[in-house]
Write a protein that binds this ligand. Sequence first.
Ligand code: ZN
Length: 382
Amino acid sequence: MLPLLPSRPTSQARHRHALPPALDAWLTAPGSLTARLRAHGPVTVQVLEQGRQRLLPQERRALGSAAGHVREVVLKVDGRPAVWARSSAPLRAVKGPWRAIKGLGTRPLAELLFDGHRVQRGPLHASRLPRGGVLRRHLGRQWTLTLEDRPAAEPVWARWSVFRHRGQPLQVMECFAPWVRSLAANGPPRPRAQACPTLARMLLSRRIEHCQVCGTPVEHKVPEDDNRPRAVCPACGHIHYVNPLNVVGTLPVWGDKVLLCKRNIEPRKGFWTLPAGFMELGETTAEGAARETDEEAGAHFEMQGLYCVLNVVTAGQVHLFYRARLTDDVFSPGPETMEARLFSQEDIPWDDLAFRTVRMALECYFADRIEGQFPVHCADIR
Ligand code: ZN
């Protein structure tokens, strides 16, 4: 059987220039797709099928379940079919945190996904649907039923990602009709710093009040030949540049298990993390990642390649994770760690992970492990 979707990450597909240029923006756009489509006209949802189904092979791998609850819809913009979407979740997830999906009716799923902070989204993947594949044929059959008097060629390109709510997964796959490439994906404008409380808090926490050279209270103004306000010292003229910080760490693996550390310091004391910390002056990213792994876990390991580059925009940080191969399973954690322990995929404490970037790195790893290939992943968190 043809694979439903090769589980290649968007970053790799982009690297190979595989995405169609005009659809590229839609395939990679973060946030709510419905909100982006609404910028181009009224969006309606036509429900095609909903209920218990045997999951497709790719879903079985992504969700770790053979059967699930599936909802298939077409999103129409101004009455014209634009996106065929399929959301799927294991039955236990629909009995638990995702139960609201059953009562959605013709309301868009985006209401559940983007209306709270409790839902976390994994990386976006994109791919062309193989001609003659199970999904393409299934989609094609349904697509013709939705056309009414508004013709639209059937979707060929798809994107998908896994959302988690209280640890339970829900995969959303969105397949774009070719005509959507004529629409701008920019959708609603990006929130300004003042409109985003998290970003505003971060900017405030990193604001400089006194000159770091002479101690005089600074003025916040745009220096000559610059384009944004800086802390400028009126006494000695020193200009302070505040830039994002690098957090470096590893994803250490022993057989089929991953090493996690229980944090003994704030923030997120008592939660599990991959060994990571702020990069120091005088070291490379890989050296910093190795040092943190040594300090936090007291682990013995060999460094492998760079694996995840995650922009945490609202924290003013860039998180870089390297893969590492443990050479034994003996750990002696330092004072910043309560406990260092190996976890198999089934035992990962998804609800007690310290940071979203740790979750993303782990999700990438378990997905890539199936293929046995570990390309570099890049993603943005706002
Ligand atoms: Zn000064």
